[in-house]
Structures are given as C-alpha cells and as structure tokens.
Ligand binder design. Structure first.
Ligand SMILES: *Cc1c(COP(=O)(O)O)cnc(C)c1O
Length: 396
C-alpha cells in the first residue's frame, strides 16, 4: 500500500498550525486590524481581543491575566527573563544557575551574560537527563540571583523536577525561571503549585503561529512589583505595560489563544493517545533493532518524544533515508548543525560522541496517526540495516 501523506515526526521543532487556529487568525487579520492602542472603536475592539487572549493563555497555567506579557516567541521570552533579572539585580549578585541541557535559547544568553561579568553554574544531569536537587542546593551562594531550568527537554523529552526546584528557589528567595516551551499546552502546569516566577512559552510548538510567544511574570506582592526584580530591555511606545513595546500582533496572539484553548480541551486525551504511540515506537525499536540506546527518562518524559541512538551509524544518514520516504524526523548528530560537536544534551547524559552521532529524535503531534507510526516503523529497520551494512564501524 502506498503512503500518500508526508509523515511529519518533527513536532518538537515546530508544529503545523491547527486549521481551527488558521480560521481564527484569518478572521482577526480581516476584522481586527485596529491598533490595540488606538482610541477609536476598531482599536478598542483589538484591545478587547488582546485582553481576552491574555485571559485564555493565563488560565492554562493558572496564572493571572496581568502576569502575561506577549512576545515574539520562546527565544525572546528567555532573553527577556535572563537579561531582565540579571540587569536589575547585578548589584545584589552576579551568579546564575542553569542546567547543562538547556535549549540554545537559554544556553547562548547565559554565555553572553558570562562575557558581561556574570558567573553561570551549569548543573550536570544524570543518565536520564534529570538534575540532582543536592547539586542545586550546593550551587547556591549569597550571590545567586536567578535559577533557570527548563521544564522539559526538547531533545530527549525528560521532565525536570520543577516543583522541587521551585521550592528550593523560594526557600532561598531566588527568582526561578523555566523555559517551558516544550511542556506548555502538552502537560498540566500550575505556576503557583510549582513555585514558578517566570515562564517562557511559544505558540508555534502548540499548533499556533510562528513568531508569537509569552513570558509569565509573577507579580510578587503589590502593584507592578515585577519592576522590583526585572528590568525592561526595550523602550518604545509602552505596549504590554512597557515590558515589550511595539504594536501588538493581535491576530497572531488571538491564534495563540485559540491554540491554547484547543490544547486545554484535548490535553487529557492527547496525552493518552501520544503516550501510547510513543511507547509503541520505543517498544518496537528496542525489540526489533539491535544495538540501540533509549535516550531520556523511561517514564518522566514528554508524551510525544522518542529519542534513540543507533550504534555505528550517523543520525544524519538516517534522516536523509527517512526523508526520501517522505518521513521527517530529527537528530542530535553534529553534521546537521554547523558545529562539529554532537548535541550537548546527549553528551551531558553520558553518551560517547559516536553514539550521540547516531541519535534519532521522533516527535509526535496532534496530527500524527497510528498509520503514520506504522509507516515509519515499517521503513526504519531496512534503513538501519542498509546503513549498518555500509558502516566500517559495525561488527558484521
Ligand atoms: C523551540 C524552543 C525554543 C525557542 O522558541 P521560539 O519560539 O522558536 O523562539 C526555546 N526553548 C525550547 C525548549 C524550545 O523547544
């Protein structure tokens, strides 16, 4: 049976937009074009859509509407959080704690802060990619102003002990930020229960538009108490209460809110469905293909993430062969990026560079069907077999 559809298994990189989100955005591009700062009725209509959207996205993480600032995406939210806290608190301390498996959108800002006189501790992780709470406790000094640890890892899907991290941060009166781009909309998040002060999320990872994101900023106490621990990085026309000036992307934000609404309604059933497909893939590969390593935690992992290393071959070669069969996936192999080093995440969990080069990430999504998974599982073994037959590393 020929497979007509392109099988997209790279939902951790970005998701296709949900048609319901496209409808919503299209409607607002046509009708809600007023500037949300304008006083006329079209402007006020846009302002109303903006505030309704803010309410919607806040509800998903049990936050207050006023604690949400819309941004251009996860990267901007992360930069806003890290530089905002660093600049405001630099006289109090210059120490930041993060993990060794963060997304580049945290790692690179941290490196930049080091160039500007900040000290950054990169906590190690165990073989599953989980940080150790003792290491966190031990890393804290009286100069520590910020802890930033990702909610769930984008490569291996591991979910960090966010509640415990938040508790430690709170006990030491340190601001806690989490890059939740991979977790937001996928698994339940309650910023109060988890002691989160700052949280980054992005619309394009949850079937919304690219170029739209948010930063949740806890209001610690009375009016605009955020200004006590955060500084604005941009200056302009005062949009988003001065946190993020620039004419607001109301249609995109309305699409983000629609995407959140759908995630909220379908989360429970989607977690169940994707977990089943995820575990079907893992089980099949571990049982049918020799010399494989499951990367990431066996159970504390995102419902949509599979990451497996195939010894003796290159992840990039697997990708090209899959692509030739109309299947999209991803790899932590160096050849897919400009650097020569393989994924820092896979090295941090203790893989040797060779095994890191042989990694394949399969990330499922709302539109992934059982048929897609079966098509992938039908095509994968002959690809691995063929590549290993050509590999000088493989024992034959
Ligand atoms: C995708 C991603 C980002 C970047 O988000 P953008 O909206 O593309 O800027 C940041 N962190 C993680 C964990 C991600 O997966």
């Amino acid at each position: 049976m020929s497979h007509q559809k392109y099988v997209y298994l790279d939902n951790a990189a970005t998701t296709p937009m949900d048609p319901r989100v496209i409808d919503e955005i299209t409607k607002h591009f046509k009708e809600t074009y007023g500037n949300s700062s304008s006083l006329h009725s079209l402007g006020q209509k846009a302002a109303k859509v903006l505030e309704q959207s803010r309410e919607k996205v806040a509800t998903l993480i049990h936050a207050n509407r006023e604690d949400i600032v819309f941004t251009s995406g996860g990267t901007e939210s992360n930069n806003m959080a890290l530089f905002g806290v660093a600049m405001k608190n630099k006289d109090r301390g210059n120490h930041i704690i993060t993990s060794s498996i963060e997304h580049h959108a945290i790692e690179v800002p941290c490196k930049q802060l080091e160039k500007r006189g900040f000290e950054v501790t990169y906590l190690p992780v165990d073989k599953y990619g989980v940080i150790k709470l003792d290491d966190l406790e031990n890393a804290i000094t009286d100069k520590t102003i910020l802890i930033t640890i990702m909610f769930a890892n984008n490569e291996i899907g591991t979910i960090e002990p966010i509640k415990e991290i938040g508790k430690i941060a709170r006990e030491h009166d340190i601001i806690f930020h989490t890059d939740a781009v991979q977790a937001f909309g996928k698994i339940p998040i309650n910023v109060d229960e988890l002691n989160i002060d700052l949280l980054s999320a992005s619309a394009h990872k949850i079937y919304g538009p690219k170029g739209v994101g948010l930063l949740y900023m806890r209001n610690k106490g009375y009016r605009e108490k955020r200004k006590k621990y955060m500084e604005s990085l941009m200056y302009g026309g005062g949009h988003e209460r001065d946190w993020r000036p620039s004419t607001v992307n109301v249609p995109g934000i309305a699409g983000f809110a629609k995407a959140v609404e759908i995630c909220e309604q379908e989360m429970a059933q989607e977690i169940e469905r994707e977990t089943r497909l995820r575990d079907k893939i893992i089980k099949f590969i571990m049982e049918n293909i020799d010399d494989t390593i499951l990367n990431g935690h066996p159970s504390k992992r995102l419902p949509n993430n599979v990451n497996i290393s195939f010894k003796y071959i290159e992840g990039e070669s697997i990708l090209l062969d899959l692509d030739a069969r109309d299947i999209a996936a991803s790899t932590g192999s160096a050849c897919s990026s400009k650097s020569l080093e393989p994924s820092h995440v896979l090295l941090a969990i203790g893989l040797n560079p060779q095994d890191a080069h042989g990694s394949l990430r399969v990330s499922l999504g709302r539109f992934t069907t059982e048929e897609d998974v079966d098509y992938f599982l039908e095509n994968l073994p002959p690809i691995i077999q063929r590549l290993r037959a050509m590999s000088p590393l493989a024992r034959k």
